[in-house]
Design a protein around this ligand. Sequence first.
Ligand code: GRG
Length: 296
Amino acid sequence: MNVLDRIAPLRERVDRELEAFLPAGGERPTSVHRAMRYSTLAKGKRLRPVLAILTAELFGQTAERIAPVAGAIELIHSYSLIHDDLPCMDDDDFRRGMPTCHKAFGEAIAVLAGDALLTCAFEMIIQNGTQGGFGPGVLLEVIGELSRAAGSRGMIAGQVEDIECEGQEIDIGRLEYIHAHKTGKLFTASVRAGALLAGAPQGELEALTRFGALFGQVFQITDDILDVEGDTAEMGKTSGSDQRKKKATYPRILSMEKSKQLAAELVEQAVTALAPCEPRAAALIELVRYLPARRA
Ligand code: GRG
């Protein structure tokens, strides 16, 4: 069984939680609720909540118990995609194989759907976490992790610098800052949230934190490579969009060959980072090894 088959039941589990938690499309105000469901329930890989679940499984927790809380991470991710696609940001027309949220619902509703998803994420953690028997202490820790990762020292920081250096020549240090924040912070927080929910010991939490950051970096390098070499239909978004917008990417700054080499080296570093969790970390290792070969 390959890694995608292995995570398919986890993805479906997360989808069931999202489906149940999001307000029904018929509930007033219907436009924003339909937009929230449209973007979130579209076909995504659910990598961030799946990472949280796989991490928690290292410490004996089950998907059944973690998914109702981990699903909230997908709401934050979904909000960031909706806002990133807006005309004032990346101005993209397709996402997850469908018209972007603002194309389908208009800009105002897309902005509001994103805002609502971000706040709804914290509501989901509190409601499902409490019902699932997690104590207030651990839920506050998870909320702290995710709010820091989403805020102006996290994802937003990366997005701001990404926008501000569009069209400019930047060095690899600045590119790494952008991606460590824009992409890396939420991946790291996903891994840490899974570890915290499962009561991981401090040493392993630190190892997993390093793994999460490396996972994010490999993910982003392969995303930049896919923008050049990927197929629009397989990816569900328009390929070549970074090149058209003259975005700073790994292939542009390092060359394609060096980007692939770097991704391979970082995969090995990510595997090494998991040493304190061995021999239980097989699924996480398989997932990070899959990243450079992904097509979407
Ligand atoms: C808050 C506007 C705003 C932005 C924050 C995270 C972010 C910055 C923007 C999201 C858009 C983006 C291109 C992020 C880079 C990471 C990335 C390639 C995300 C796409 O994630 P996948 O491939 O998507 O996991 P699926 O559709 O599979 O969930």
